[in-house]
Every structure is written in C-alpha cells, then in structure tokens.
Design a protein around this ligand. Sequence first.
Ligand code: ADP
Ligand code: MG
Length: 494
Amino acid sequence: MNQHEILLKLENVEKRFPGVVALKSISLDVRAGEVLVLLGENGAGKSTLMKILAGEQAPTSGDITIGDRKVSALTPTLATELGIGLVHQELSLIPALSVAENIFLGRLPRNAFGKIDWKKARKEAGHALEALGVSIDPAVEVRSLEVAEQQLIEITRVLARGPRILLLDEPTSALSDSERSRLFDVIRRLKQRGHGIIYISHHLSEIPMIADRVTVLRDGVVVDTLPAEKADENTVIGLMVGRRLEEQFPKEVVPLGEPVLKVAELAAGKTLKDLSFSLRRGEILGIYGLMGAGQAEIAGALFGLQPVRSGAIEVEGRPAHFKHSSDAIAAGLGLISRDRRESLVPMQPVGPNLSLSWLAGRSLFSRLDLARERDEGKRYVSDLRIRPASTSQKLFFFSGGNQQKVILARWMSSGARILIFDEPTRGIDVGAKAEVFAVMSRLVSEGASILMISSELNELIGMTDRVLVMRGGRVSAELPREDVSQQNLLHYAS
Ligand SMILES: Nc1ncnc2c1ncn2[C@@H]1O[C@H](COP(=O)(O)OP(=O)(O)O)[C@@H](O)[C@H]1O
Ligand SMILES: [Mg+2]
C-alpha cells in the first residue's frame, strides 16, 4: 500500500440548488490510510458534498476522480462499484425490515436454487455486526431498536460492502461513549488497511482522537485544510465562524472623559443594598454578580422602571429622580434590557420601534415625524446589517440577534449618551453577538458610555474597561481591565 496514494480527488466542484449555492469550487483529496475530518457550521455544505460523492446528487460542475477514474458525476451504483460507502446523517433504514435485510438490502445471499438464503444472511449479518462489537439479533425488525442501535446498523450496512472510501456524516450523534470508541477502533483498522475516510463531526473533541487532517467548510467554500496537530479548537472555531476568537470582542481603547453618571449608595428592590460608582465618558463599565447579588435590580432602578429605596443618581452633573423610563430617556439614557420582549413592539416593523425613543422629550401635541421614522429605519437596517433587510416586516419574525440590533438602533437614533446593557447577548447566536460588541465599541468611540451588566465572564473580559463585582447586594471588588479574569470575577463574586 502506498500511504500517499490519492484515493479520491475533487476539483472545483460546485453545487447549486434553486436560490442557493451549496458548494462553490470545492477542491480536496483523500489519501490511502487517512481520516479527513470535515468540519463546518450547519448549512456549510458538508452533507451535500457527501451526497455528491455517493452519487445521490449530481454536481453542477467540477470533476471527481476516484482511483484513476475521472467523472463529472456519479450514480449510486457507480459510487458503490468504485468503492465509496456513505453513512448518512439521517438514518436511511427501512423500519419494517429485519436487521439482516437492511444490512444486505438488494444483495441478500441466495442459494443454488436462486432463493434467498436466510440462514446465511443472518449469519453474515451477525459477523458484520460483531466486527463493530454490536450484539443485536439480525432477525429483529429495525423499528424495534433504539436510535443508537439503528445508527450502528446503518454503519454496519455500509461497512459490510467493504468500501475503500468510507464517508461518515455525523455518525456519533446518537452513540454512547463506548459505542463511539468501538466505531473509532473500526475506523483505525480500516485506516491501517489503507482505506480512506471522510469523517464529519460536530464534536471538536473528536479531532485529536481520530483525525489525520482537518478540512473546514464555510458557506460552501473550503476555508482551510490543516494537519490534525494544528487543528486546536480555537483555530478551528475561528475558521468555522469566520473570525478568530479574539475578534469576537472588538474592544477599542477609547480615551476616557469626565464622569457622566454618578451613583451613590443606591439601594433598590429586595437585593440591591449599596451600589456606588462613577461612569466616565467613553467607558464600558462591567457589573458582575452571581444570581441574587443585586445586579439584576440595577438597570430598573437607574432607568426609572422600579423605585429607588435610597441613594442618589446624578446624570451629567445634574441630580436625577426618574419616576418613569421616559424621564430617563429624556435625560439621555437608553436601556437594552435582559428581556427583549419588554422593550420591543413585536407587531410593528423597524421604524416605529425606533421612534418610540423620540417621544420622551416631546410635547404631547407634536406630531411624530414619519419621514424621519422611515429614513432612519432604512439607515439603521443597512448600517447594522439587520436581517431581513426590511422596513416593513414585523419584528416578531426577526431572530433574537436582529431584534437586539433594532433595539441598539433605537438608542443610536435617540442619541442616548448613557447606555445600560443588561445581559445584552442573552439568547443570540455567536455571529450576532460579535456584531453587538462591535456596535458597543463604536458607541463608546463616538462618545457614549456603557454600563454592561452581564453574567457572561468572557464578554466582560473581552469588552470592559473595568468591572464592579457584586456580592450580597454590595460591591465586593473593583477590577481594572488588566485584572478582569475568570478567576478574579468568580473569586470576588462568591
Ligand atoms: N435539496 C436541497 N435543495 C435546496 N437546498 C439545499 C438542498 N440540500 C441542501 N441545501 C442547502 O445547501 C446548503 C448546505 O446544506 P448541507 O449540505 O445540508 O449543509 P451541512 O451538512 O453542512 O449542514 C444549505 O444552505 C441547505 O439549505
Ligand atoms: Mg449535514
């Protein structure tokens, strides 16, 4: 066996579905005796690529070379003949048939009279299962089995055909640790015998267990192929989501100005007993605490949403006594609350959700500026890349991350100078989080100040200039940026 022999090669393979380019110019190869782990977020194109290799879908263009055979598309029969076996992501067994029938579907052994040799079928199925270390009776119907067992049968069925190139599309999603390690043993044996394997997984921890090389797909493009020893989790996540982890937190160093919000001995609600701080222009001040430490009352107390028991608040040098949130808004505050449902008007599109914040400073008799509402709606949709890019769709239909961007847009359009972010990334995905952080950086560089109340250690570490740690309703520590670490935050909070 030649270890470097190329078993399979793809050149510029492209696959278009109506309205979607699932794969763009994919080139990769698989060599004898290696496991190529294929990674990518949902929708990256992994399963489509596997179906093309198994002949179930035809590529729109490109070449596939298997051994010395070069084709523009495969059929299932040709793929099998050329030694390709695909274990599907979705189970493709026939529930009403027995395990043995499923394993030998379409090629059950026959006796000299042309009749199916059931005895032989069961025996061979038994052997095939044993090779995977599985003890399931080949005579039982597949529908009586657990999902994990069905997944093992699916794998057995493909292995029983003795493929030279084995494709596994997320085969371990339903398996226990011991079932997985048996599968890995089988894969290692195949490797030693010179087979080539493409293994798709969502478990990055499986990379060091099984991979020789790692290929990352993103939006239908191969972003990189790395030797397994260079494919540590940070690198791989960065490639998958398209930014490095440190870029997740686009913190900018902004010169700090005069104090804009001063809070002295504030007490509110049941848990907040004594909070004093001074927030400076351009600063992101973090507040961290474990559940019940008082931090959950801060936003409401500062924003006029809940009564203050004692203490003093000063905004830009003037004492503030906010009875309603409209008073706080008129004084230049904005709140991104922990529960988006509290602040959104879901049955309205972007525009009215922005203009809500303009009403605070106006007399009852002035008219709402609809032209401004429309223009600013358009501007923020494009500026913050709000999706759908629509000014007529109701926010109800937007994802959490996009709803959050609309709330950010609201305070940008109201010209709020002091922003309270209360758990700003709760329930939004990684990509939208990074965008929210980018907006935070932009806001402070334009002269705003942010109070960032968060229970996410990483985002406090990534974004703040300083963190107040709360314990028992009081500040237990004040950490400058250089001391904000997981260890310190947890230490002073507990
Ligand atoms: N049969 C299909 N028709 C239309 N679009 C499809 C079809 N199969 C997959 N897609 C689209 O192709 C892209 C890649 O999907 P898929 O290969 O399943 O990704 P992955 O397995 O990496 O999650 C997605 O945008 C998906 O919606
Ligand atoms: Mg898939």
